[in-house]
Design a protein around this ligand. Structure first.
Ligand SMILES: [Fe+2]
Length: 304
């Protein structure tokens, strides 16, 4: 039995928060079609999007020469936006589906006579984003998307923690079963973007090796394992959450080329448990982070 799993608390503690993610991209506009137009994040300035209550932001640094890699590589698997309720998830999904429908209609209207698709946004010729799947994970209901650069995005809502189950070893029961999409959508007739009270609930990375990655995140970020029985994956959390970080080896050791598009930095709202506090004043919103860590086994830099 793992000390981590057996020592997990029953209460849910969602801090520290993921307050800023920084990406490298060859073009911002195709990403805005998802994060701004479909998901409803506020554009503070081109390339900087913020949640409606300011709880988190996404920063996209445009480097025209950065490449989009079609193959799965070590690095980000997905960023998961946690909606505060099932109805809030349903309302956001309705907005995403509406955006997909209108984009499909626009592409059909602008299709070239020879059948080739015209550029959808500012010369970008691929789909701005697409819906990959939907899953019931027992602890949560989730829908998966992929943005124009191939970055994974999960939209999810948790079931009440009182419904989470643990096995005899303390692993929080998580599975991949069919989602009741009709029931989910029926929970909200409205259409809304990612609403106030939403957060970045977890991140999921491709890493080359589970054991060494687990050791890194335990030692440096104070994360504890909550589930180690999932094939090729492991889940870690602060407090008693089901996971703030998922890691898997499904990309094996494939590496993206230097300077590839994707997630490069993660900022936490406060030091993770066990991190030595820096001297000096408390951090202010927008202040330069005081501590940096990494790159981690997924090639990501962390700061707080
Ligand atoms: Fe996830």
């Amino acid at each position: 039995m793992s000390d981590d799993i057996s020592s997990s608390q029953s209460s849910v503690d969602l801090s520290p928060k993921f307050c800023r993610l920084e990406y490298r991209t060859p073009a911002y506009e195709p990403l805005a079609a998802l994060y701004k137009d479909a998901l409803g994040l506020n554009e503070v300035e081109p390339g900087l999007l913020r949640s409606v209550d300011g709880g988190f932001e996404l920063a996209f640094k445009v480097l025209p020469d950065s490449t989009r890699d079609s193959e799965t590589t070590v690095g980000l698997y997905h960023v998961a936006f946690l909606l505060p309720s099932r109805a809030a998830l349903a309302a956001t999904l309705r907005r995403v589906f509406a955006a997909v429908r209108s984009a499909t209609e626009r592409r059909a209207e602008t299709a070239a006579p020879d059948g080739a698709r015209s550029a959808a946004v500012n010369g970008f010729s691929g789909p701005a984003f697409f819906i990959e799947g939907a899953t019931d994970h027992l602890v949560s209901e989730a829908v998966y998307l992929r943005d124009a650069d191939g970055n994974g995005v999960e939209l999810y809502a948790d079931r009440d923690p009182s419904e989470w189950r643990r096995d005899a070893e303390g692993n929080i029961a998580m599975d991949t079963v069919e989602l009741d999409m009709a029931g989910l959508l029926a929970s909200a007739p409205s259409t809304e973007g990612i609403c106030a009270g939403s957060s970045i609930g977890h991140l999921h990375f491709h890493v080359p090796d589970l054991d060494s990655a687990e050791a890194f995140y335990r030692k440096n970020l104070g994360l504890k394992v909550t589930q180690r029985r999932y094939p090729g994956a492991r889940f870690l959390a602060w407090g008693g959450y089901h996971h703030h970080l998922g890691i898997n080896t499904w990309a094996k050791d494939r590496r993206a080329p230097q300077g590839a598009a994707g997630l490069v930095r993660v900022r936490l709202s406060e030091p993770p448990p066990g991190a030595s506090p820096s001297s000096g004043a408390e951090p202010q919103p927008g202040a330069v982070p005081r501590r940096e860590l990494g790159p981690d086994p997924a090639g990501i830099i962390w700061s707080w």
